[in-house]
Design a protein around this ligand. Structure first.
Ligand SMILES: *Cc1c(COP(=O)(O)O)cnc(C)c1O
Length: 393
């Protein structure tokens, strides 16, 4: 068999299992109403929870950032790519976690994927360390754990007792518990307070990936730690800036010594070009919105939409995830059935993604509805009406 035909055979196997993914071309900004391959659609797909991706003030700030700093950073942060805008952004981001993490500093990254690789490979860099990973963690945390020299133990979803037993039995010098705060395909919250209590008892780090919480949860949108009222130097926080913050990038916030260590040792931080400073400049405006009255009213509107959706959608024979967040999964089960449901919605002008393995466990393919403050009450009513009249087989 030739090299090419071996790959083609694997691609055919994916197709036979209804697992082929395809991209669709969007011709308009990220917003509920968009043009997809020339067709107007009402979308429930993005993680732009506050509707900031196409916010006029953020767009203006991006333009201003490009005028001030140019298009690219030209180098990594430790060479010459660390601009005034990056520095200002890191100071603002550190302040968002200062109530939860004593002596908090922040380090900015081009993506959340890189930030997670950085945390786990640097802190889990020695083979006397163990990473205790929640079973539903995001792929970037799984990949970070694979790349780390530390050994890896996976604990069952939200099972604090099982994690306690693993920590009890562990002889590792460095113990690192790793969890999503809001599970990205389920929308549920991790039991952060119980996890932190356990970590403090065992002298373990608690790494919290708040990709879906930063901007959307907590007072001033400061995220899951703020919402849960947690305070500890054991906390290592990762927030992303391409979701509720509407731009791109990510940050780690932690005790100053953790940040100093990452800056020296984290290869995914050191060996990559700094994100364009204009993005950092635009993010300063996103943060102004998130932390101000407008952010608060956007979060309140979003919470109202979530409540309406959960109240009005008919679920049977599917199941609706126990989610209070903007991520509302309708779990269908079969891959082909999930694809059929998404196709039927598409026929009615609605765009809701079907999520299949390996992103979710086999047999739990789903429609993943994400709501945004940019949606109107009427948008959600349209979605519910279409879902409730969908043929379900
Ligand atoms: C999106 C996401 C990431 C990756 O962040 P990017 O900035 O998109 O690379 C990490 N963790 C979780 C839970 C996510 O949902």
């Amino acid at each position: 068999m030739t090299l090419i035909s071996r790959l083609d055979q694997r691609l055919r196997a994916l197709d036979d299992a209804s697992l082929t993914r395809r991209r669709r071309i969007v011709d308009t900004p990220c917003a509920p109403r968009l043009l997809l391959e020339g067709r107007p659609l009402l979308a429930f797909c993005s993680n732009d929870y506050l509707g900031l991706a196409a916010h006029p003030a953020v767009i203006d700030a991006l333009r201003e950032g490009a005028a001030l700093y140019g298009a690219g950073s030209g180098a990594s942060h430790l060479i010459s790519g660390h601009s005034r805008a990056h520095q200002q952004l890191e100071e603002r981001l550190a302040a968002t976690q200062a109530a939860s993490i004593p002596h908090a500093r922040a380090l900015s990254f081009a993506t959340g994927y890189m930030a997670n690789l950085a945390i786990l490979t640097a802190l889990g860099g020695e083979d006397d360390a163990t990473l205790f990973c929640e079973s539903l963690n995001h792929a970037s945390l799984i990949d970070g754990a694979r790349l780390a020299r530390a050994s890896v133990q996976v604990y069952p979803h939200a099972d604090v007792a099982a994690l306690a037993a693993l920590l009890e039995a562990s002889t590792a010098n460095t113990k690192i518990v790793v969890t999503d705060s809001v599970f990205s395909m389920d929308g549920e919250l991790a039991p952060l307070a119980a996890l932190l209590a356990l970590c403090e008892r065992h002298g373990a780090w608690l790494v919290v990936d708040d990709a879906h919480g930063f901007g959307a949860l907590g007072e001033h949108g400061h995220g899951a730690l703020a919402q849960a009222g947690l305070v500890s130097t054991n906390l290592i926080y990762m927030g992303t800036l391409g979701k509720a913050a509407g731009v791109a990038g990510a940050f780690v916030a932690a005790h100053a010594s953790v940040i100093a260590y990452l800056m020296q040792r984290a290869r995914p931080y050191i060996y990559t070009t700094a994100a364009p400073p204009a993005l950092a400049h635009a993010l300063l405006t996103s943060l102004d919105i998130i932390e101000g009255d407008e952010g608060a009213s956007r979060r309140a509107h979003l919470d109202g939409l979530i409540a309406r959706f959960r109240c009005a959608v008919q679920v049977a024979p599917w199941t609706l995830g126990a989610s209070a967040s903007a991520i509302q999964p309708l779990i269908i089960g079969d891959n082909a059935a999930a694809l059929r449901a998404a196709a039927a919605l598409y026929q009615r002008g609605l765009w809701v993604p079907a999520i299949r393995p390996p992103t979710v466990a086999a047999g739990t393919a789903r429609l993943r509805v994400t709501l945004s403050a940019a949606h109107t009450v009427d948008d959600v009513a349209q979605l519910v009406a279409a879902l409730n009249t969908l043929e379900r087989h």
